[in-house]
Design a protein around this ligand. Structure first.
Ligand code: SAM
Length: 184
């Protein structure tokens, strides 16, 4: 088989499975607690050690100007950056791709439980899948963590409402309701 044919076959299988899940893995966080490494052990994501070899896709970036919405659901790949929060500044997100921030959601992981927006890599990927209407696949990723199901429970209503939006501006409007509640 030619290289091109092999590439195209690999791409077809990603598309058939709807989304290829990729992680640019920095490796500066506690490897014992790293959610991306655990997902990779179960072959649920592919880890990449440099920006250059990380495939193009929708990049989950908390600093991005545009919010993720169902309008992005035709993407072939979701890409997260697994690094420590200390090194997750804007400049670190130099990956090629369509950068999107997740809307208001609350973390369920033991390190940042209850804290808005500070999601682990598995929570971020699962949230994106849920917003794209792939709730079962989101649950499958989270099922590898004892606290994983809590993420979908805590965020059940916002995730369902974001998944019903048409585009980023609608998602931002829904998010505004949750942010306002937090300020009351
Ligand atoms: C900073 S790393 C921390 C990973 C952690 N060490 C772990 O074990 O999962 C989390 C990654 O998830 C994605 N992420 C988390 N919160 C996000 C948000 N609010 N919007 C977009 N992406 C987010 C980003 O790709 C971010 O770099």
């Amino acid at each position: 088989m030619t290289v091109d044919a092999a590439d195209s076959e690999a791409l077809d299988s990603e598309v058939a499975d709807t989304y290829g899940l990729h992680v640019r893995y920095e490796g500066d966080d506690d490897p014992e607690k790293c959610t991306a490494r655990k997902l990779a052990r179960f072959d649920l994501v592919e880890l990449h050690r440099s920006d250059r070899v990380t495939p193009y896709g929708v990049v989950l970036n908390p600093h991005a100007e545009r919010a993720l919405s169902p309008a992005d659901a035709d993407a072939k790949r979701l890409v997260a950056l697994d690094c420590s929060w200390e090194s997750a500044g804007e400049a670190r997100f130099s990956l090629p791709g369509d950068h999107r921030a997740l809307p208001y959601l609350v973390a369920a992981n033991p390190v940042n439980f209850g804290r808005p927006m500070r999601l682990t890599t598995v929570e971020a990927l699962a949230a994106a899948l849920a917003i794209f209407g792939r709730r079962e696949r989101a649950a499958a990723l989270l099922s590898k963590f004892t606290w994983g199901h809590t993420f979908l429970e805590l965020n059940d209503e916002p995730l369902r409402r974001y998944a019903e939006c048409d585009d980023s501006s609608e998602v931002v409007a829904v998010q505004g309701e949750y942010l306002d509640r937090g300020e009351e």
